[in-house]
Design a protein around this ligand. Structure first.
Ligand SMILES: Nc1ncnc2c1ncn2[C@@H]1O[C@H](COP(=O)(O)OP(=O)(O)O)[C@@H](O)[C@H]1O
Ligand SMILES: [Mg+2]
Length: 225
């Protein structure tokens, strides 16, 4: 297993939000977490990243216990995270926005170059607009930049929080195609994607998890061909 979450509880402002949550992310699999607004999707991803405290249980990344580690020590282990509010730094170029998390985890310049080339190979449209300022791209393009930025550190696990939210249907389709391509090109990457609509990600989900009022259950499980 790439990531194992066991019996975690998370409270926010004194209210229990995640209730005894357990699930596993299989290496190289795409896991989709479906739940309505307020179900706890964002809270779960933030807990994995260490942005909010976990009260009990365990979160392990290929055997390494994450809970004792502060947030800044988790991303360098190879977890990329694209938050739902995928804000770019407006005065930074698209490329500098993509590179930023690589600098934050103190990658060498040559490693940053290498990863950037990989991101551009996968998302060539980002290369085309790399010199544009962060505030000079459309909402849909911004989602792609946020994906590239998360890929910068996602050596093992990539977590996308409601990447389709706010995208017009045509753009959502394009984004879904990009995810399919990502899947083909990075077969070892373990993906966790949250969504509020059960249908959008059916085609690429290996495992579907449901979250309802902070409780997670497995919907169905298929072996990827
Ligand atoms: N900072 C916060 N303080 C208190 N409650 C919060 C906070 N953030 C979220 N919540 C509550 O936690 C629950 C789960 O929220 P969230 O994880 O954002 O759900 P989702 O991402 O599935 O829409 C909701 O009931 C929400 O009101
Ligand atoms: Mg959310």
């Amino acid at each position: 297993m790439m990531l194992t979450v066991s019996s975690i509880n998370v409270s926010l402002a004194g209210a229990l939000i995640l209730r005894d949550v357990s699930f596993e992310l299989k290496s190289g699999a795409t896991t989709v977490l479906i739940g309505r607004n307020g179900a706890g999707k964002t809270t779960l991803l933030r807990a994995i990243m260490g942005l909010i405290p976990t009260e009990k249980g365990s979160i392990a990344l290929s055997g390494t216990e994450l809970l004792p580690l502060p947030s800044f020590a988790r991303a360098p282990l190879g977890i990329g995270y694209a938050p739902e509010d995928r804000r770019l730094i407006p005065e930074f170029s698209v490329e500098d926005n993509i590179v930023l998390p690589g600098l934050a985890i103190k990658l060498s310049q040559s490693e940053i170059r290498k990863r950037l080339e990989k991101v551009y190979g996968l998302l060539p449209e980002l290369q085309v607009m790399r010199d544009r300022p962060g505030n000079g791209v459309s909402g849909g393009q911004g989602k792609m930049v946020a994906l590239g930025r998360a890929l910068m550190v996602a050596e093992k696990v990539l977590m996308l929080d409601e990447p389709f939210q706010g995208l017009a249907p045509a753009l959502a389709l394009e984004y879904a195609r990009t995810l399919g391509k990502l899947r083909e090109n990075m077969r070892d990457l373990t993906l966790l994607i949250t969504e509020s609509s059960p249908n959008l990600l059916k085609a690429i989900a290996d495992v579907t998890l449901l979250i309802e009022r902070g409780a997670v259950t497995v919907q169905d499980q298929e072996t990827r061909a």
